[in-house]
Design a protein around this ligand. Structure first.
Ligand code: GDP
Ligand code: IMO
Ligand code: MG
Length: 409
């Protein structure tokens, strides 16, 4: 694949979906692809996502905005399936402006997306505490209010972006006593309203019918990158319930969250680490022993970009990749963070529920961009993923930087 033919290879509607428990490196590949695409879209979740990209040594962490936002030619869509904490979004916008990047002019926020209030975050924390007290273990949420905001959406008591500009004080006051009774949380109505007014001042012109906008763009043969958030094994229906997030994280979920029909999709890039991590509680059959887990964590910088929590680390499960491939219709893999395995002598891999072992390469792959320059064992490792999943590997990550990537032909 020539470096400038992504649009041709992946077609006009390309999904980028995490195949494990998140933090696979979705942000980096979206940033790379977005240069050639007209629109980058987020469809689900909110500020529980932390997508880190490194460009010319500068680190950018995206939470609500998609990672493709750095490309000034890209229009940005925040879809109906999202839950939006507006002060966080304003912070992100202000931070990008400091780097000389303006997004407001090209930002399209769904009027159907739900507003995530500060009180949702407080409910999240209160529920985690209750779960911990009751069973000794919470879900380990990011405490960004995600579950409670989706609770309100499903209960049809939520407020949506279309409410920006209307008087929501009475609605919040009405919720107040119920929230206090149910969760022991007080809603600071004045503060919530003040934050909405601040958001309205900056974002009012961005709130729109994003479904109509996307359909119009597709009619004009514009191209869209769908940036998945969270990942397949955290999906509310298909993940490791109850240790999941509260949205649909698959490609199908993303299409629902954007209002794009499945028949429009031209490709789906599955993003998977060459090993595996998980933040929060829940099963992780291929989790490494404490010492090995620590080594992988330090080499991979495996600390949450949102919460800074140490990520649990372990080995690649081909079974999980095959499951994700089936659920999402993955057409290409991006295997990330190969360089993190550079010092491993032997690399365990889970296949058909059993532990197998591959040879390590014990030499640096950091920054390699040419497939042939990878050590033989590293190529064998990547090739075995392609073989065992029946899906080609199109990208192999060898470092954090935008350019530290092998693009396979
Ligand atoms: P996302 O949530 O899927 O976008 O992933 P995160 O950004 O939360 O976590 C991935 C981390 O790995 C980030 O710090 C990236 O900069 C980093 N990263 C991505 N690809 C590579 C790679 O190939 N090698 C190394 N060493 N780091 C990478
Ligand atoms: P990105 O987009 C990794 C995990 C949390 C917790 C569970 C529920 O960066 O890959 P939530 O706050 O969503 O109610 O938490 O889901 N989780 C993530 N783990 N990456 C993420 O996003 C995550 N978003 C949520 O750690 O276990
Ligand atoms: Mg992340």
């Amino acid at each position: 694949m020539s470096v400038k033919s992504y649009r041709k290879t992946f077609g006009p509607v390309c999904g980028v979906i995490g195949a494990q428990w998140g933090d696979e490196g979705k942000g980096k590949i979206v940033d790379i692809l977005a240069e050639e695409y007209d629109i980058v879209a987020r469809a689900n979740g909110g500020a529980n996502a932390g997508h880190t990209i490194v460009v010319d040594g500068v680190k950018h962490v995206f939470r609500i905005l998609p990672s493709g936002s750095l490309h000034e030619s890209a229009h940005i869509v925040l879809g109906s399936g999202m839950v939006m904490h507006l002060p966080t979004l304003l912070e992100e916008i202000a931070l990008l402006r400091k780097h000389g990047i303006d997004v407001v002019e090209r930002l399209h926020i769904s009027r159907e997306a739900h507003i995530l209030f500060d009180f949702h975050k407080e409910i999240d924390a209160a529920m985690e505490e209750r779960r911990s007290k009751a069973s000794g273990e919470g879900i380990g949420t990011t405490k960004r209010g995600i579950g409670p905001a989706y609770m309100d959406k499903a209960a049809r008591t939520g407020l949506r972006m279309e409410s920006l500009g209307s008087d929501v004080k009475a609605a919040l006051q009405q919720r107040s006593s119920w929230v206090k009774d149910a969760f022991g949380v007080s809603i600071d109505v004045e503060n919530e309203v003040r934050q909405l007014v601040e958001a309205q001042n900056i974002l009012e012109s961005c709130v729109t019918d994003t479904v109509g906008y996307l359909h119009g763009a597709l009619d004009q043969r514009k191209s869209v990158i769908i940036e998945g958030a969270q990942a397949t094994l955290l999906d509310i229906d298909h993940g490791t319930y109850p240790y999941v997030t509260s949205s649909s994280t698959t490609l199908a979920g993303a299409l629902q969250g954007l209002g794009i029909a499945p028949k429009c999709v031209t490709s789906c890039i599955g993003v998977a680490k060459a090993y595996c991590t998980r933040v929060g509680s829940g099963p992780f059959p291929a989790e490494a022993d404490v010492k090995t887990a620590e080594r992988l964590r330090e080499r991979g910088g495996e600390y949450g970009s949102v919460t800074k929590r140490p990520r649990r680390t372990g080995w690649l499960s081909i079974d999980d990749l095959n499951f994700s491939a089936r659920l999402n219709g993955i057409t290409h893999w991006n295997i990330t963070k190969l360089d993190v395995l550079d010092t491993e002598k032997v690399i365990p891999v889970w296949v058909n529920g059993e532990r197998a072992e591959m040879s390590g390469w014990d030499t640096s792959t950091h920054g390699i961009t040419d497939w042939k320059a990878l050590p033989e064992q590293a190529r064998a490792y990547v090739e075995s993923i392609a073989k065992q999943t029946g899906i080609p590997v199109s990208f192999v990550g060898t470092g954090q930087g935008r350019d530290e990537m092998v693009v396979c032909s």
